[in-house]
Design a protein around this ligand. Structure first.
Ligand SMILES: C[S@@+](CC[C@H](N)C(=O)[O-])C[C@H]1O[C@@H](n2cnc3c(N)ncnc32)[C@H](O)[C@@H]1O
Length: 246
């Protein structure tokens, strides 16, 4: 029976794929991939595989989501296995669970292969650990892409020591204004990491106040992380420089 694999492609660096993901990618005849799957990861697909780009743009999500589901079925009728490849982990803001449920309801065999989520790996590899003893005892991963509304929707997260926000680029100033209004220190450090773990990575370190004032230029995709753990990046770099100079 055909198996449809819902696979996490990790944040971009092909070395961050799981062994299982790399093996399945190399042997599967049809791959449907999202906008956030890096070219470096896609290059690991079987040379003869059908590659279907199914990335969505703002406003066309629902129509395209429907097409993706039917395309997966079409591929599954023609191949012994199909890979549905999503950036990071398919169950973290990836609609992986929705696709899983839809396919299972229609009788397909589905297997999930988790991926390394950008939410944790991208800050960590930039020298910003989500937790650090004595600095942050916990973190929350939240979408910045919420429906329009007041700052109240941030109330449950404003006091979390490390706040990791995905899809925050477009609404970054508003998010920072809300967090300050809800009592977060305006001088708290914030980092944006664009295209994390790829050769295109760029790290911006700033403060909540500067983000709130609209003074920080950032491009998609980026992870936003607010909290005192952001200071660790400078401390690590300083320690490495001191060691090199000694
Ligand atoms: C629709 S969500 C998908 C998250 C994904 N499932 C995961 O676990 O990483 C897309 C958001 O993830 C973040 N993202 C994904 N890959 C990234 C990367 N390589 N660098 C920075 N941000 C990334 C960005 O915030 C982007 O807007």
């Amino acid at each position: 029976m055909t198996t449809i694999y819902l696979i996490g492609a990790g944040p971009g660096d092909p070395d961050l794929l799981t062994v299982k993901a790399a093996r399945l990618l190399a042997q599967t005849g049809a791959v449907l991939y999202d906008r956030l799957v890096s070219p470096e990861v896609l290059a690991l697909a079987h040379p003869g595989a059908e590659l279907h780009f199914v990335g969505k743009r703002e406003g066309e999500q629902e129509a395209i989501q429907n097409e993706i589901l039917h395309l997966m079925e079409d591929c599954a009728r023609r191949h012994p296995s199909v890979v549905r490849l999503k950036g990071g982990d398919p169950m973290v803001f990836g609609r992986g669970a929705e696709e899983w449920a839809w396919l299972v309801q229609r009788g397909w065999n589905v297997e999930v292969v988790p991926g390394i989520s950008s939410a944790i790996a991208v800050p960590s590899l930039a020298g910003i650990p989500p937790t650090f003893r004595g600095v942050s005892g916990g973190f929350a991963v939240v979408t910045g892409h919420r429906q329009e509304g007041g700052c109240d929707q941030w109330a449950a997260y404003a006091q979390v020591e490390t706040l990791i926000i995905l899809m925050a680029v477009a609404r970054r100033a508003r998010i920072a204004q809300c967090l300050i209004r809800l009592g977060r220190d305006s001088q708290q450090p914030v980092a944006f990491i664009e295209n994390g773990t790829t050769p295109r990575e760029r790290v911006i370190v700033t403060t909540l106040a500067e983000v709130a004032a609209g003074q920080v230029e950032v491009s998609n995709p980026a992870v936003m992380i607010a909290g005192d753990v952001v200071h660790q990046r400078a401390l690590l770099r300083e320690a490495a420089c001191n060691f090199a100079a000694a």
